[in-house]
Design a protein around this ligand. Structure first.
Ligand SMILES: Cc1cc2nc3c(=O)[nH]c(=O)nc-3n(C[C@H](O)[C@H](O)[C@H](O)COP(=O)(O)OP(=O)(O)OC[C@H]3O[C@@H](n4cnc5c(N)ncnc54)[C@H](O)[C@@H]3O)c2cc1C
Length: 398
């Protein structure tokens, strides 16, 4: 970690020194210049300030007092009072991790008119739910939401913070992690807790060819983002439980240069992550027209069609249907892969499926290593047969 040092004696004039920083991190108090946590290490002050006044030095890796940070916190991603399901999946994981070290589970949520949402959250085993409910937090704006999460962490001092890998979470988590000068591991696929509260964070790296095992032993809190459908949502408990702390955000926290002029709900679309049955097109289907066969099978089983990356890149399916490392993670009850080789990058996005049926012409295809049922043959012959069988009402054969 690096640190910005101010050499006060090399600053001849304090009048415009604060203007050097576009993030307002240079502060002048009692004729002394200091750097606030808003510093983004952009080094503009070094380049544009008085020569030698600002210096970047590698700080010594001091030992953190881990006892000062306790518990596992989950940022609850919500829109218009609706909890994103990944947040509940993370609450389930947080309960498991915190249980291993006998520490509490926290949740933090920001927004407006959150009473019903907060009540719902009380059914998932969270010890304390901190709520920032304010009209100016109705729509996600990065500066106030960052300030809220920063405020929560300063109040609560959780050892670990879990954030969903949603559009909001991916934008929020790194900013807040930077404020605390701590580490963040994005898109974790496995999390575990050491007795000393170090979080084991595992994620695919180098194009999925290795699994990187990451720890943050000298900083707190430890941030991890996790995509939807990596973990399972916990059972909703009948009885509500846990404390609720309502915090009124200060004006400074709500300050933003973004103004929401209007917002519109997008037409709800069913995503492949939500489908119980997926029929997946790989390059082995050979022609775009053959997608019709897969769509018929998906329709017959009440499912959706997804694809491997080459199929998406060929423009045969829209990008949000891509399964895998650089696509989406799915966990359906049934997945039928059609002409898919089973690359590591593809498997990374679907290995959690309950039942995997693979159709491939090559008996040595990697996909058969993880498939529960192997169908060796031409996809264009096997699918019509499956459709025939289904048409005869013999669902058990599938
Ligand atoms: C950083 C990185 C990220 C990536 N992310 C993703 C990702 O998110 N998702 C993804 O899918 N890929 C991803 N890839 C690409 C990945 O490495 C593979 O290239 C890709 O998954 C292969 O797709 P496929 O199985 O459709 O094609 P292929 O590997 O070409 O396999 C086609 C299969 O079809 C079979 N076949 C051929 N004809 C027939 C037939 N008539 N009937 C039945 N079977 C037949 C063949 O035996 C073969 O096994 C990524 C790669 C990198 C480097």
């Amino acid at each position: 970690m690096a640190e910005l040092i101010v050499h006060q004696e090399k600053i001849p004039d304090l009048a415009h020194i604060a203007d050097l920083c576009p993030f307002g991190a240079i502060e002048v108090n009692a004729n002394r210049v200091s750097i606030s946590p808003a510093c983004r290490m952009c080094k503009l002050c070094i380049k544009k300030g008085p020569p030698g006044a600002f210096e970047l030095v590698e700080s010594r890796l001091a030992e953190i007092d881990k006892n000062a940070w306790r518990g596992v916190a989950v940022y609850i991603d919500q829109t218009e009072g609706e909890i994103h399901p990944v947040s509940l999946e993370l609450v389930g994981k947080a309960c498991e991790l915190a249980g291993k070290i006998g520490q509490p589970v926290y949740a933090v949520v920001a927004g407006h008119r959150l009473a019903a949402l907060t009540e719902e959250l009380r059914h998932y085993g969270i010890d304390t739910i901190t709520v920032y409910d304010h009209p100016q937090l109705e729509h996600f704006r990065i500066e106030p939401y960052t300030a809220v999460l920063e405020d929560f962490i300063n109040r609560c001092k959780p050892s670990t913070v879990l954030v969903g890998g949603t559009a909001i979470g991916r934008s929020l988590a790194p900013r807040v992690a930077a404020r605390f000068r701590t580490g963040l591991t994005a898109d974790c696929t496995f999390l575990d807790m050491q007795p000393n509260t170090d979080l084991d964070q595992i994620r695919p790296a180098f194009g999925g060819n290795i699994m990187a095992h990451i720890r943050t032993p000298r900083h707190r809190p430890q941030f991890a983002t996790v995509r939807y459908k990596i973990f399972s949502a916990p059972q909703r408990r009948a009885e509500p439980d846990g404390d609720v702390i309502a915090v009124t955000p200060s004006d400074a926290m709500l300050a933003s240069s973004i103004e929401t002029l209007s917002s519109h709900r997008k037409e709800p679309v069913k995503n492949i992550e939500d489908a119980d049955v997926l029929v997946v097109a790989g390059q082995g289907i050979q022609r775009r027209e053959n997608l019709d066969l897969l769509q018929q099978l998906a329709d017959r089983l009440g499912g959706m069609v997804g694809g491997t990356r080459p199929v998406i890149e060929a423009g045969w399916l829209e990008p949000r249907r891509q399964i895998g490392l650089s696509g989406r993670t799915v966990k359906p009850k049934l997945i039928i892969t059609c002409g898919v080789s089973g690359s590591i990058q593809f498997v990374a996005g679907m290995s959690g499926a309950e039942k995997i049926i693979a159709i491939n012409i090559d008996p040595d295809a990697s996909i058969f290593k993880i498939a529960h049922t192997a169908m060796i043959g031409d996809v264009c012959e096997i699918i019509p047969e499956l459709l025939d069988t289904l048409a005869k009402g013999d669902k058990t054969h599938v």
